[in-house]
Design a protein around this ligand. Structure first.
Ligand SMILES: Nc1ncnc2c1ncn2[C@@H]1O[C@H](COP(=O)(O)OP(=O)(O)OP(=O)(O)O)[C@@H](O)[C@H]1O
Ligand SMILES: [Mg+2]
Length: 248
């Protein structure tokens, strides 16, 4: 298994600069800044309703910013979601992005892109999928379907991958199986990842950095290594205590 990256001197491939974004003129996320370099994984954590999905939607251009900016691969993200996706900024949908009546192989073939990742390379990360390639997708377990959803996203060779609760409804064992493969792919293909994940320890185990959101604000932003040894700070942030409050 690969280990999280050391700090790299490369410039960020994804930068969120003081973004405020919400619905109907009401902010759901306020003043969020974050940056992710090639090959790095940022874990975006926080309780229900904290603003994680909103942040991901704004990052791919699906929600207009009220203020601030998002820059990916040196260019500002705009509301042309498809263009952003073609540039390599991809949001992994949950398993609803799969065709349940089709085989594993056909699902993967439909996701193949010119200049994308080679199918054998993806099978290298998910050998189980190769053995199941003629199975009907709808008959796979939840964990196997998530594996297929992730494999499909990787076939497009994204430069910036955003993952929203890939593990929803999965056991920790299934997540423990998936996340190291994501880590290895990010390392080997220098893919930047923003990972929204409810299994906090598993996410911190493979991430380089982490942000805890609470009520739309950043309650904690630190390296994943620091947070692995300070789980008390993560828990406090889930309850909305800021770093300053925790220090006092
Ligand atoms: N379409 C919408 N219209 C209005 N408010 C919304 C909409 N979607 C989300 N919100 C609100 O924005 C806030 C942030 O929601 P968001 O979905 O980003 O949270 P989340 O951190 O992803 O939560 P969860 O862990 O439950 O998925 C919440 O208060 C939510 O009710
Ligand atoms: Mg969400």
């Amino acid at each position: 298994m690969s280990t999280p990256n050391d700090a790299s001197s490369a410039s960020p491939v994804l930068e969120l600069d003081d973004i405020t974004v919400g619905y109907g003129g009401v902010p759901a996320v306020r003043g969020l800044s974050a940056s992710v370099r090639a090959g790095e994984i940022l874990a975006l954590l926080g309780p229900n309703g904290a603003g994680k999905t909103t942040t991901l939607l704004a990052t791919v251009g699906a929600l207009p910013l009220m203020s601030g900016s998002v820059t990916a691969l040196g260019e500002p993200i705009d509301h042309h979601i498809e263009r952003n996706a073609r540039r390599g900024v991809t949001l992994v949908p949950d398993t609803r992005g799969l065709f349940h009546k089709l085989s594993v192989s056909d699902n993967l073939r439909l996701a193949k892109r010119k200049n994308g990742t080679d199918l054998d390379t993806v099978f290298g990360y998910f050998p189980k999928l190769k053995t199941m390639r003629s199975r009907q997708c709808g008959n796979l377990s939840g964990g196997e379907q998530q594996m297929l959803a992730l494999a499909k996203a990787l076939l497009a060779r994204p430069r910036v991958l955003l993952i929203d609760e890939m593990s929803l409804g999965l056991s920790p064992v299934a997540v423990q199986d998936l996340l190291p493969r994501l880590r290895a792919f990010a390392d080997e293909h220098q893919m930047a990842v923003v990972l929204v994940e409810q299994h906090i320890d598993l996410a911190l185990g493979i991430a380089d950095s982490a942000i805890v959101l609470h009520h739309g604000r950043v309650a904690l932003s630190a390296s994943a290594a620091d947070l692995r040894s300070r789980r008390d700070m993560v828990e406090a942030a889930y309850f909305g205590r800021t770093i300053e409050e925790q220090a006092s």
